[in-house]
Ligand binder design. Sequence first.
Ligand code: ADP
Ligand code: MG
Length: 729
Amino acid sequence: MSLRFNAISKLSTSPATEVEESKKITTIFNSNVFTLKVAREFLSDEAYKSLVGSIKAGQKIDRAVAAQIANGIRAWAESKGVTHFTHWFQPLTGTTAEKHDSFFTLKSDGTPIEQFEGDALIQQEPDASSFPNGGLRATFEARGYTAWDPGSPAFIMEIGTGKTLCIPTAFISYTGESLDYKAPLLKAIEALNNAAVDVCNYFDKNVDKVSATLGWEQEYFVVDEALFNARPDLVMCGRTVFGHNSAKNQQLEDHYFGSIPERVYAYMRDLETECYKLGIPLRTRHNEVAPAQFECAPIFEEINLAVDHNTLLTDIMNRVALRHNLRVLLHEKPFAGINGSGKHNNWSMATNTGVNLLAPGKTPKTNLMFLTFFVNTIKAVHDYADLMRASIASAPNDHRLGANEAPPAIISVFIGQYLTKVLQDVKERVGNKFDEQDESMLKIDIHKSIPELLMDNTDRNRTSPFAFTGNKFEFRAVGSSANCANPMTILNTVMAETLKTFKKDVDALIEKGEKKEIAIMHVIREYIVASEKVLFEGDGYSQAWEKEAEKRGLPNVKTTPLALDAMVTEKAKSLFETNNIYTHSELEARHEIELEKYIKKVQIESRIMGELATSHILPPAIRYQNLLAKNIAGLKEAGLSESAYSNQKQILDKISEHINKASDLVEKMIEARKICNAMDNTRTKAIAYQAQVKDTFFDEIRYHVDKLELLVDDKEWYLPKYRELLFLR
Ligand code: ADP
Ligand code: MG
């Protein structure tokens, strides 16, 4: 029996895996996290104060205190049965990395002890020479080190009965270059903090810290493990490279928000328990639009923590799924013809005084503050749309952007009718002659219209890549498998830069003798005018929008290799350098790494296509072709007239055509790959892989293979079909 039928027959007998009865969430939440509350218990006053100072105000922790903290963390971890620790980090491979060390060691006289030294907490040197570095460490220094990030608390990862203490860290080269996702994010958070505090001080002198906040929404597919294992393309690249649409897919819209299938429900509950223990504040779970597609989302958090939590989540999702004989697909487009998966990044900024800077205020003064941050965000996205696009560019996201139910590759901003009108008002009424009599203008009553505003923002914005949703912006174009750190680093940086310029512009007017509020209104007006072409309220998925966007001069870069160019323009280099995020060489290294990732992903997909076509598709097709041919010959020999076998002959003709075309195209694709592989320049090679391999062959080969799927005897077909992957569970 083929893997496919084996998998199907197993499926019908596999019940949902039992999970423990749900506990009250508050009793397990954070139970595996070294929270400040735990720290209070396990640390001396001095060590505790130093830890808090470092978390709240970024103060440096000295080595002696670090030793105390390390001891406290070890005592706590040991009380929970932990024997090993690891520095946990996020290299640019897109997964997480860890290398476990035990607390166990031998003293010089051979006495065995358990210890965790301050130095081991603060810094470790993983043997990391095989992580991608874009040539950085080759040119600068052979090794990198991981550095403790006190802003993200230590946690205990449980795998089976094994427990490991994980210390969140940044990964940096000895010459100081960032080699991971966290280091630049921390820098961007700091840049935004500085710029936003300065602007907040126009309105409130008590603000001395602004933190970016992030609430991600993680979409994913779930498939049965045995079916997954019978699909080498899913195993190797996380998406199906072949597969005809099933007769029914999402057209009935019966899956969205429908009742969750039992096996998946058990999985979700199990996953949630693991998440709660690690302090990931999951809040929602539901079915998504496509069959077998789901989503979960937490309560938003400070952005560094939110990013770590999302990274942890994706790791745990895969592990927990295995316990349920399920597989989670985080790929942006695992199935053609139905929705892909994204990771909406809900983003805002919060002050130490407890104000959400993107929430319309309750008084005219706070409204002006809201308007300031709101308009600056639009301006930032407008001015750096190309970088926003680059921040979400990846080989898998290319399959999703612009496809079924996904934002297009054009970056635009949705703000809703009501705020559109507010901006229009400001634009028209704050003329050059704006003076104090017009101050009524400042009293825009935004808060009274919040219900209206939210209503307005629920539905029509679904097609926007960057939408204002009442008290936050939602960056929707982020891919489901992406690390949020990269798009968030870029968003925070462009926002920091825009706010800095805003402050300069306002100060210049104040210096000329303008009243503060009026100066602010003038600059806001100027920014509205300068960036309004990025605003779009219509259907982002429509053809008409592509045309309109082109007229407006908005960039629409459809492929990753070209989108990535934005990272290394003069404008980008100076932006990242002046804000202390990336040096030129770091940017170039990242650009190189992203291009290499792209090449490798397309290369792997292309190989798996060739391999599957030859070893999985053609053999049953040829057998069936033979059967038909023999049958026709037999009928002919028996003296039957042509009309008796003309239909079979038609099928035979079709099958023969698709077999020939598919195998011919596979040969040609291999030749095309050879030409690409011989190229030296990474960018040229990536573009060639996209144009000469992916665009030239993928769809066409798939077309013939998918036709064969419909023609060949079902019991001969090896690969689980879409109807099985998506509807059986
Ligand atoms: P939906 O967008 O599906 O309607 P919500 O608006 O409730 O759902 O929230 C989506 C995500 O946005 C959640 O993770 C939520 O915590 C987050 N969110 C809400 N407010 C903020 C904020 N101020 N900053 C960042 N994220 C936020
Ligand atoms: Mg949402």
